[in-house]
Design a binder for this molecule. Structure first.
Ligand code: XLS
Ligand code: NI
Ligand code: NI
Length: 441
């Protein structure tokens, strides 16, 4: 094991709530059974490569602040290996089962496409060895189709079809790399698939281009026999003013319109949900209800501003509601919780990366326990069943079946139907959630 994180000599262990060791899990106990399944298998936690190892901690006003020595030589394969050694040391010490990466996170861009592809292939082989040795798996791979200047006007939605082709080549290679490493999913986040101004944009054409791109990706997935799930990651804006994959509902409508709904699911990011003006809970419920729930990018925004700040999750309240839906919906399937999280720029010590992940993972673990309690207690589900009971009765079935506007009017006119408003019981439902949050142990 490399010793980049020498200040954390031992793997992080579960020590329980009584422990005051900041480098120990207080709630996350990988082997603890929750509804007969290990916590680790419920949560399927992944560390993301880009924010933790490929980002220097810069922002638009200032340079990098983090201690990431490999970033001094961005073109060197030796530096890429040094970065990967540190990343796997981190995964192993954190004890999490998965990671996620973009092609450009692990392998430097070359002077030609061929050189970039060869760098990727070298680093994919190296990753394969490290994964084998560490017992760490790939939750998903993805191609970076947003950083290089060629993608400034989009990848699939670029006005230039040659840029579309370049992006297609990049995804082909990265999809194959993901398959080679046994990835459980492949993600497409449309970072610049949107517009800056309508004045220079042909919106209708760009939608067709995006659908064509997604069709080609799905075709290639079947051609090579990749059995992971294809995921689209919705986000409403940033970096572009408007992104086409705005939220789960827009993505769902788009997939339906182009006949792609059987090929793609969504990777929901907490901070993207709130940027879209939704709650994370809403996004998860929408996706599950419409059969497109795939995976989660765990993080949180700063609720005072409107950026994608990608902070580490720390709200049990927020995550419990989503986990409740995920548990009731049958779990994560091939998905997981990818920590798409960034340290704050002032968190300059190497150990800060552990503190961020440990806190976020404990928060998720606690939310899982709350969710299990809410499911087994059944009060919330019972309230919903009772609220809609009329639709399961004879009259409700008739409305959904053979009723006409005239036959319904007749029943109302005759006085046979005369509904009375009833309580929605929101406060009682909220109290049920809080009781579960306060009582889990
Ligand atoms: C950016 C996205 C990105 C994707 C992967 O906002 O969250 O990190 O998860 O391209
Ligand atoms: Ni993300
Ligand atoms: Ni994001």
């Amino acid at each position: 094991m490399a010793d980049f994180f020498a200040d954390v000599p031992e793997p992080i262990r579960f020590e329980g709530l009584d422990s005051d060791n900041p480098l120990a899990y207080k709630v996350y106990d990988a082997d603890r059974l929750v509804s007969e399944k290990r916590m680790e298998d419920h949560l399927r936690i992944a560390v993301c490569y880009w924010h933790s190892f490929a980002w220097p901690g810069n922002d638009v006003f200032g340079e990098g602040t983090f201690d990431r020595p490999w970033l001094a030589n961005p073109d060197s394969l030796d530096a890429a290996r040094m970065k990967m050694d540190a990343a796997f040391e981190f995964f192993t010490k954190l004890g999490t089962p998965f990671f996620c990466f973009h092609d450009r996170d692990i392998a430097p861009d070359g002077a030609t496409f061929g050189e970039s592809a060869s760098n990727l292939s070298t680093m994919v082989d190296y990753a394969g060895e490290k994964m084998e040795a560490a017992g760490v798996r790939l939750l998903w791979g993805t191609a970076n189709l947003f950083s290089h200047p060629r993608y400034a006007a989009g990848a699939a939605t670029n006005p230039d079809p040659e840029v579309f082709a370049y992006a297609a080549a990049q995804v082909k290679h990265m999809l194959e790399a993901t398959k080679k490493l046994g990835g459980a999913n492949y993600v497409l986040w449309g970072g610049r698939e949107g517009y800056e101004t309508m004045l220079n944009t042909d919106l209708r054409r760009e939608a067709d281009q995006l659908a064509r791109f997604l069709t080609l990706v799905a075709e290639h997935k079947h051609t090579i026999g990749f059995d992971g799930t294809l995921l689209i990651e919705p986000k409403p804006q940033e970096p572009t003013k408007h992104q086409y994959d705005y939220d789960s509902q827009s993505v769902h409508g788009f997939l339906d319109r182009y006949g792609l709904a059987d090929e793609y699911k969504v990777n929901i990011e907490v901070n993207h949900a709130t940027l879209a003006g939704h709650s994370f809970h809403h996004e998860v419920v929408y996706a599950i209800a419409n059969g497109i729930f795939g995976s989660v990018d765990a993080n949180r925004g700063d609720y005072q501003n409107d950026w994608d700040t990608d902070q580490f999750p720390n709200s049990v309240d927020e995550l419990s509601l989503a986990l409740y839906e995920i548990l009731r919906g049958g779990g994560l399937g091939t998905g997981g919780f990818n920590f798409d999280t960034k340290l704050r720029r002032q968190s300059m010590s190497r150990t800060d990366l552990f503190h961020g992940h440990i806190g976020g993972i404990d928060t998720l673990a606690r939310a899982l326990l709350v969710a299990e309690l809410l499911v087994s207690d059944g009060t919330l589900a019972g309230m919903v069943t009772e609220r809609y009971a009329g639709w399961d009765g004879e009259f409700g079935k008739r409305v959904m079946g053979r009723a006409t506007l005239a036959s319904l009017a007749e029943m109302v006119e005759s006085g046979e139907i005369d509904p009375r408003p009833v309580s929605g019981g929101q406060e009682a439902a909220e109290n049920t959630v809080n009781r579960a949050i306060w009582s889990v142990s």
